[in-house]
Design a protein around this ligand. Structure first.
Ligand code: ZN
Length: 430
């Protein structure tokens, strides 16, 4: 069941990101307290209904969030509703607020975050609407809380717009992650050419189990990384072990590509086809996945490639087709870059930033339909590669054949000579 969404609510101002340093955290807390106090004063006089107590909600990350409100009124309070809003979606109303009608009520709402996950590390706004028997209503001022993963004690390190957060591993681990992100930024942006983000918060989880609650909104069991480009939040699983450097070089540039693409395309980010979005992200990884050539060769041999039209939409939900989708998208984007250059790739991104459809964006920027791009890519990058591979390896195969043939011919000659000797044993000197 999806939550009902209230229509035509006020357009709330853009929520600023939660403070990222201890000092900024304290300032934010102080401001929040002051704001609560002001809000408290403001709601006292509306419609004869007054709020007695409205503590900030208590949440268990990935599990549940509990809201509570105590109010009183001259007339019995007959309706209590709770609304909340994430930075990325219209306001929602929680349909199950429990309270007993009366002149003084205690309302409670418990949201099951496993079924209705909130965006991790986002600021969530909420407010109550109360109605009394005589028809008077009270809408409380909007309050807010930061939905941070409070199960861990996060360390953080910042450089410019980038902040790395981690809880496992030493200072050097955080420094390595920050360096990987900082160095990747100009390389990622060479084709995208986006204005740099105001902030990117990179959260490093030590295990997939730890990250599960943070990745539950992605809805794919195989995901071990995710970017929320609008929030500038990146979540990746990177164990703080000997391979961490290698893993960071792959996952961090991948997710940062999504953030930069969002910066380049804004509200039309949804128009960027998956083959371009994921293809760019995979191409920008520090190293190419060693299994991709095999995946592509298998798809070529079984004619199992996904169509580019399919890859305009979401990634396949299953892990295996999703892996092929990544490999194929990477290959297509490399092909486009090789044929049209960085400028062509940039033109393509600009077309989608303008809200073009999957096919029209390609047609308008590079003069190809999806079917034509797929056919050209198959011919030149996949089957052409096969011919190229044969052409480049053929001379070596001839040399290898000659090298192997020489001892073989020599063995055959020896065998023939031995047969000749057995045929005339008496010729031997004794
Ligand atoms: Zn991706």
């Amino acid at each position: 069941m999806r939550l009902p969404r209230q229509l035509a609510l006020t357009q709330w101002p853009r929520v600023s990101r939660p403070a990222v340093s201890a000092a900024r955290g304290l300032v934010a807390l102080a401001l929040l307290a002051a704001w609560f106090s002001a809000a408290w004063q403001a709601v006292q006089a509306q419609a004869g209904i007054s709020v007695v107590e409205a503590p900030p909600p208590v949440f268990e990350f990935g599990q549940s969030v509990e809201f509570r409100l105590v109010a009183r009124s001259a007339e019995p309070i007959t309706r209590v509703e709770l609304y909340w809003q994430t930075p990325e979606a219209p306001a929602s109303r929680w349909p199950a607020v429990s309270f007993v009608r009366g002149r003084e009520i205690e309302a409670r709402a418990s949201i099951d975050l496993a079924n209705y996950p909130l965006p991790p590390f986002a600021t969530i706004r909420y407010w109550w609407v109360l109605e009394a028997a005589a028809g008077g209503t009270l809408t409380t001022e909007t309050a807010a809380f930061d939905y941070a993963d409070n199960r861990f004690s996060w360390q953080r390190r910042t450089s410019g717009a980038l902040t790395v957060h981690w809880y496992s591993g030493d200072e050097g681990f955080g420094q390595t992650a920050l360096a990987a992100a900082t160095h990747a930024l100009p390389r990622i942006n060479r084709d995208i050419r986006a204005p740099l983000p105001e902030h990117v918060d990179l959260y490093l989880y030590a295990t997939e189990a730890d990250a599960k609650a943070a990745l539950q909104r992605v809805g794919r069991a195989w995901a071990d990384g995710h970017a929320d480009p609008k929030l500038g939040v990146i979540i990746v699983v990177v164990p703080a072990d000997l391979r961490s450097d290698f893993v960071l070089q792959g996952k961090v540039p991948h997710e940062m590509t999504h953030v930069l693409l969002y910066r380049a395309t804004g509200e039309n980010f949804g128009s960027v086809p998956t083959w371009l979005n994921e293809g760019l992200a995979v191409m920008n990884q520090g190293q190419r996945d060693s299994q991709y050539p095999t995946l592509l060769a298998n798809a070529r041999d079984t004619r199992g490639f996904l169509s580019l039209a399919e890859l305009c939409g979401a990634l396949p939900a299953e892990a295996e087709p999703a892996r092929l989708a990544y490999a194929q998208s990477d290959s297509v984007v490399r092909y486009v870059r090789g044929r049209f250059g960085s400028e062509g790739l940039h033109r393509l991104i600009r077309a989608y930033a303008g809200g073009a459809s999957c096919d029209a964006g390609l047609q308008n920027s590079l003069g190809l339909s999806l079917a034509e791009l797929q056919a050209d890519w198959l011919r030149e990058a996949i089957y052409g590669n096969e011919a190229g591979t044969w052409a480049s390896t053929a001379p070596w195969l001839v040399i290898a054949g000659l090298v192997l043939m020489t001892p073989l011919l020599w063995l055959i000659a020896l065998a023939r000579r031995a047969r000749g000797a057995r045929a005339a044993p008496n010729n031997r000197m004794v």
